[in-house]
Structure formats: C-alpha cells, structure tokens
Design a protein around this ligand. Structure first.
Ligand code: ADP
Length: 543
C-alpha cells in the first residue's frame, strides 16, 4: 500500500505563466509586426495587465462564463497573445480558428465550437462578413484594432478591441480552478471529413510547456529570442507563447507577414535566435536570402515540422546560413510535441555519414511521451530502422478524444492514441516517418515511401515543391507518380528529374510519370494536399 506524499498540491494554471513572466521578467519585450503595419513593442508586464483587462471585458461586458468558448480569427500578434492568457486565464476556452480553411469549414467549426464572441483581425473582416449568415450564435464581433483603424463593415454588434480594454480596469485576480479544465480548442485540418476539435487543458498545456522546453527537446532558455512563425491558430504556435512566458524570453511575433523579406527583416532587427515553421515557409525565406544576398546571422536554431524536412533544407541551413535545424514530428493532437531530432552522445560517436542519416529522421521521444510501433498483426516491430508499422502515442499532453466525441472513441484499451502515421524506429530510438497510413503506396504488394521520394526530388536545384502519390495501375495495383512545382524561373524536364533520382532509390520506387505544374494544391496548414493530387491524376496510368 502506498502512503500519501506530504507536498503541496496546486493546480497548474495557464495564468501562472504570464503572472510569472510579469513578476520576474516584466521588462522583457514582446515585439510584433502589427496587422496595421508598424512594429509594435510591449513587455510581459504590460501584456499581463492587458490580459487582466481583457478578462474583465469578457466577464463584465459579454457575460462570458468559465467553460464558454471565445473564438479568434487572428494572426500571431501581441493582441492574440493577450487572448491566449486573458481567455484561458479566466476559465473560458480560447478557440483559435485557422483562417486558411475553406469558408464552409470555418463556419462549421465556429458553430460546432459554439463560440459566443469572435475576435477578428482586420484582414479577416471581409471573410467574416461573407460567412455572417452561417454564424448564428456569435453575439459580438470584436475587431482587434484601435478606433483609428476600425473599418467600415456590415457586421452587426461590432466592437473595437482597444476601446473595450480602455473601458475596463486592470484589477483582476486570476482564479484558481481544476487544472483539468479545458483551456483552448484547436481543430485539425480535417483532410478527410469534417475538422475535429482537440480540447487542451491547463494541465496538458503546462506539462507540455515544461516537457517541450527541455534541453533535449526545443532546448530553450531566457537567453533565446523566440519567433514562432507557425501561427497561433496551428497547435498554439507549437506551444511557444506559453514556453516563452514560462522562461521570460523575448518573443517576436510576425503578424500577417510570413514572406521571406518580412521574416528576414524581423530576425535581423530583433536578434531572433530560435524560430519554428513548416518547410514551405523556409523555402520562401531561402528564395529571398538568395535573391537579396542577405543573411540571418542571429538565428542559431530553427525547428521545422508539420511535414518532412528535406535533407537539402537542413544542409543549406547549416552550411550556408549557420543555422541548426531541429526536426519536430507532432500533431495538433500531441500539443504538438511528439519527437524531436536531438542528438545523443551515442549518436554523436557514430561515423559522420551514419550520424547524419540518423539525424535526418524525425527524431526521438523525450521524457513525458511514450511511443509504440505495431505491425499489421498488432505486434511491436523490430527496432532496426527497416521494419515499419503504425505509430501510437501516449502521455499527459496527448488528446484522449475529440470535442463533442466526434469520431467516437479513439484510444485503445491501454490509452494509446493512433497517429495514422507509418514509421520505422531504429536501435538508437529515432523514428522515421515513411508515410501517413492513408498515403502509403503499395505496389505489387510492396511498400514505397512517398516522403523519401519527395525529399530527394526537392534536393534538385530546379525543384521548389514535390508531391508523390500512388495511383491506380492495372498490373501493380498502385504506382507512384511525381508532381513538381519548379523553382522560380526554372523549367526542368521530367527526364531530368528522373535522372536525378536514379541510383538514389530502388528501381521499382522510380515514379512512373513526372508532371511539371504551376501550382501544387496545399492544405490549410501548408502541406501538400495528397487527396487532391490522387483525385486529379487517378487515371493517368490506366490508359
Ligand atoms: P493537419 O493535418 O491539420 O495539418 P497536424 O498539424 O496535426 O494536422 O498534422 C499532423 C501530421 O503531420 C502528422 O500526423 C504527420 O503525418 C505530419 N507531420 C508532422 N510533422 C512531421 C514531420 N516532421 N515529418 C513528416 N510528417 C510530419
């Protein structure tokens, strides 16, 4: 029998992060490229005061109660940062909506979440006007700007964020309640079916922040200047607003501008040392750096995830710009930290090419999360880097189910979450994604990794993006085809690309056709939309 420990038992509250930052690092800056245009500077102390005002606005002016959903359609800015703490801090649920979703998905999730009020950045006002007939439940629309920038709008009950804050005092004591209470809600893109809501709690958010900040994970401290380019509506900017507050580190927020020039300018001007985004953002940054001859000298490390990081990108970052890439695999459902490609003494001791091969994988698990890889028969696969199977995860920052039980029961009997990814795991514990299970290509009963071919193809200097999908083949069931978006000003021939792949992959992995196109369809989170490619090219090998 165990006996109870005699330690204090305090609930883990999101408000404690901003209170800590305000109290112990109050003068540390939060810098934003504002939606209105100019660079805006504030501090943790001011942001915390304004978050308290915001809590007063929610309670006194809107009658928001704990558990109510408060929606946002907003970029990564200091005002959204205040919403992160003001809304969750008072016990309501912050629902960040991805504005890049299709219109009908946006109205679907705002209605599904039953948001009572909606905070909107200036850029999204026209979109909300268009969606208005669908948004029956929203009681108030608040535009995230000051009086001078308030737009003409047909929205009813529209209010100005700065006026609301100015009308309230900043006295407010952050309440303490059950740490398991919901804090924020983020819908997955729903590449199949409707988007599903992942409902984070105060407890999961804080434990994720502690876990992710570990030296062997994001490896962050107060000496970093952190710029999340991954937006606040995408798994809470990968947890970085919370982590930055927890550390008291300087935070740089890129607002609506994520083009190469704007990002480079902010990195240099603010001395950003650490950033994070999906690979497409960094392709745009590279383009600008190459055209302008400019550098990103302060940047030491960047985390890249959301889709596989091409080897060519990791190499260019390190060799040309002196930036170490930290690959992250994660999902909205994992808050999002899953695995990170950090080194270990054992891997550092490997011969350079072997080490490189290991470090190019998605990464290894850190304390706080468990993973298992099972074959089709439900048996654990060998840890040899070759055998592959379905990836399952478990831990205090992994989703236990979707909001309003959409999709039914998701966990297995022992509480493991099925990720839908197919992976290998090697003797050092590094996991490599070969595909999403629904994207796996099965040719003549053998398996082909679309991700491996894509990563090689984008290593060709004339290629900007590459998507590989399996399409119907009369003899082999499925064969891979490759769709290429060329780098600006380039027009590679299909044969050139095939020659480039030759010798780098098994012969039977070679794509049957290569298509050169102007645009590859992307999802709302900037990933290649495989469903659309499969549909478009489904008959191309049937003739
Ligand atoms: P969405 O489908 O809405 O974009 P997520 O951001 O939650 O949702 O996507 C999670 C998925 O993204 C993972 O299951 C995996 O397939 C893919 N993914 C994330 N990180 C990586 C990575 N480093 N390499 C390859 N795939 C990744």
């Amino acid at each position: 029998m165990t006996i109870a420990g005699l330690m204090q038992d305090s609930d883990l509250m999101i408000s404690s992060l901003i209170s800590y930052a305000a109290q112990y690092h109050g003068a540390m800056e939060i810098v934003t490229r504002s939606v209105e245009g100019p660079i805006h500077r504030t501090t943790y102390a001011k942001a915390e005061r304004r978050s308290r005002r915001l809590a007063n606005v929610l309670i006194n002016q809107f009658g928001i109660r704990q558990g109510d959903r408060v929606g946002t359609l907003a970029w990564t800015t200091y005002r959204h940062f205040e919403l992160f703490f003001g809304v969750s801090g008072m016990g309501a649920v912050l629902h960040t909506t991805n504005p890049r979703l299709f219109d009908d998905q946006i109205s679907y999730i705002i209605n599904h979440a039953e948001d009572r009020v909606l905070f909107i950045d200036l850029d999204f006002v026209p979109m909300v006007e268009k969606l208005l007939p669908e948004l029956e439940r929203i009681e108030k629309f608040i535009i995230l700007t000051d009086r001078d920038h308030m737009p003409e709008t047909s929205l009813p009950d529209v209010l100005c964020y700065e006026e609301l804050l100015a009308a309230e005092g900043d006295h407010y004591d952050w309440p303490v309640f059950d740490e398991r209470a919901a804090s924020s809600l983020c819908y997955t893109s729903g590449t199949t079916g409707n988007p599903k809501g992942v409902l984070y709690s105060h407890r999961s958010t804080i434990i994720h922040a502690l876990g992710a900040a570990q030296n062997s994970a994001y490896g962050l401290s107060i000496y970093d200047t952190i710029m999340p380019i991954a937006p606040m509506y995408h798994a809470n900017a990968w947890g970085l607003p919370y982590i930055a507050a927890m550390l008291g580190a300087k935070l740089v927020l890129p607002g609506p501008k994520m083009d190469g020039e704007s990002i480079q300018n902010l990195i240099e001007a603010e001395g950003v040392t650490f950033s994070c985004a999906v690979p497409t953002i960094f392709s745009m940054l590279f383009q600008y750096l190459e055209d302008s001859g400019r550098k990103v000298e302060s940047l030491k490390r960047t985390m890249i995830g959301g889709s596989a990081v091409p080897k060519a990108m990791t190499e260019k970052f390190l060799k040309t710009y002196g930036v170490t890439v930290l690959q992250l695999w994660g999902m909205t459902e994992t808050s999002p930290l899953g695995v990170v490609a950090c080194s270990t003494p054992q891997v550092d001791a490997l011969p350079p090419t072997e080490r490189e091969e290991v470090m190019d994988k998605q990464g290894r698990v850190q304390f706080g999360l468990e993973i298992k890889v099972l074959d089709e028969g439900g048996k654990p696969v060998a840890r040899d880097g070759v055998a592959y199977g379905d990836l399952w995860v478990r831990g205090p920052w992994v989703s236990a189910g979707y909001y309003k039980s959409e999709g039914g029961k998701v966990l297995d009997k022992e509480g493991w979450f099925p990720t839908g990814d197919v992976v290998t795991i090697d003797q050092y514990g590094y996991m490599k994604i070969t595909d999403r299970s629904k994207d796996v290509i099965k040719s003549g009963g053998e398996w082909i990794s679309s991700i491996d071919i894509e990563n090689l193809a984008v290593g060709h200097p004339k290629v900007l993006q590459a998507g590989v999908v399996g399409v119907f083949h009369p003899k082999w069931e499925e064969r891979p085809i490759l769709v290429i978006k060329p780098a600006p000003g380039q027009s590679p021939s299909p044969q050139e690309i095939l020659d480039f792949l030759k010798g780098k992959i098994a012969k039977w992995w070679m794509p049957d056709r290569v298509f050169i196109v102007d645009e590859i369809p992307l999802t709302a989170t900037g990933k290649i939309k495989k469903i659309a490619l499969r549909e478009q090219y489904k008959d191309c090998l049937s003739e």
